[in-house]
Design a protein around this ligand. Structure first.
Ligand SMILES: [Zn+2]
Length: 323
């Protein structure tokens, strides 16, 4: 085992330890809460032993998250369930910012699954609308505002899902795009508001597609066509379009001009994991564009295309580390 490996293994162990301690505190709180909810208090439940306050805080959030997840299990969160949940939040002494963040996070999840179920048949009917309305009611936001917030968080996933599907079976995404826009409209978001809501996600989506193309060394004419079409639909600023089109051209010439190029052969699944691990940002400087997946140990020196050997870097940082 190299020293880098043992550092990694050590960090992994530390994470496992923290996780299991948080789980133990979570169990303890849950048991005490179930035994005697009326007289429950965090300080009496935690009277024995000493605990890291940060871990206690994580555990309190975990307890509350489970309460809300259970309440949502039947697809709805009734006012009664909500009242009980808030009462538990109070017992747990969770600050308002923390419990509302958990409620929002889980409402977004519900919204996502209700919306994708609704979109599966291409139409957003009155039933779907009512269901989505109910979900946004639970967090006390008008549906159009909540839908906007939701698309801000999930827009990239939607666009990317559509794009991947479009290039996988070679069909045009114009129909899906039209149905997405009409759904947004039914949720109370206009075309322009929708584009505005997903502006940053759209950039991330384009960047993600380009990084993918660079990572497998291929951009098919159909991929390129779909991408250009989508850039137009998204009404991206012209300098950004120029950048995206330039990157695609650069990639094509690189692939055609140097067939012996050190091409990556990492699977889409692994690329997605790496993208998530780096959160779509350069691992060295945090930049969100001009990104590439780069081997830490070059292939010539035995480096493989596995998760541990691949990092996401921006062009500038690639130049510095591979100078
Ligand atoms: Zn960088």
């Amino acid at each position: 085992m190299s020293s880098a490996d043992s550092t990694l293994a050590c960090n992994q162990k530390k994470n496992d330890d923290v996780e299991s301690r948080v789980r133990a505190i979570t169990d303890l709180l849950e048991r005490a809460l179930a035994q005697d909810p009326e007289s429950f208090s965090v300080s009496t439940a935690m009277a024995v032993g000493s605990y890291d306050p940060q871990q206690l805080d994580q555990a309190k959030q975990a307890v509350y998250r489970k309460v809300i997840v259970r309440a949502w299990e039947d697809g709805q969160l009734t006012p009664d369930e909500q009242e009980t949940a808030r009462w538990i939040a109070e017992k747990l002494e969770l600050p308002e910012g923390e419990y509302t963040a958990i409620e929002l996070e889980l409402a977004k999840k519900q919204f996502a699954s209700a919306l994708s179920r609704a979109m599966a048949d291409g139409v957003l009917d009155a039933d779907d609308q009512r269901r989505l309305q109910k979900i946004s009611d639970t967090i006390g936001m008008p549906m159009s505002t909540f839908a906007g917030v939701f698309f801000q968080a999930e827009g990239e996933k939607f666009l990317r899902g559509m794009f991947l599907e479009a290039i996988a079976d070679n069909h045009l995404m114009s129909e899906e795009w039209a149905s997405l826009l009409s759904s947004a409209d039914k949720l109370g978001i206009s075309h322009q508001e929708f584009l505005q809501a997903i502006r940053f996600q759209a950039r991330e989506f384009v960047e993600h597609v380009i990084v993918d193309a660079k990572a497998d060394g291929v951009i098919s004419p159909h991929e390129e066509e779909t991408m250009v079409w989508l850039l137009q639909q998204l009404e991206m600023p012209s300098d950004f379009c120029q950048y995206a089109v330039g990157e695609m051209a650069r990639l094509k010439s690189r692939v055609e001009g140097s067939p012996a190029l050190e091409v990556m052969t990492i699977s889409r699944d692994l690329r997605d994991r790496i993208w998530r691990k780096y959160n779509g940002r350069c691992g060295a400087c945090g930049a969100g564009n001009y990104l590439e997946m780069v081997r830490i140990i070059p292939k010539a020196m035995g480096g493989g295309d596995d998760e541990a050997n691949i990092q996401l870097l921006c062009r500038r940082c690639v130049g510095q580390t591979h100078a």
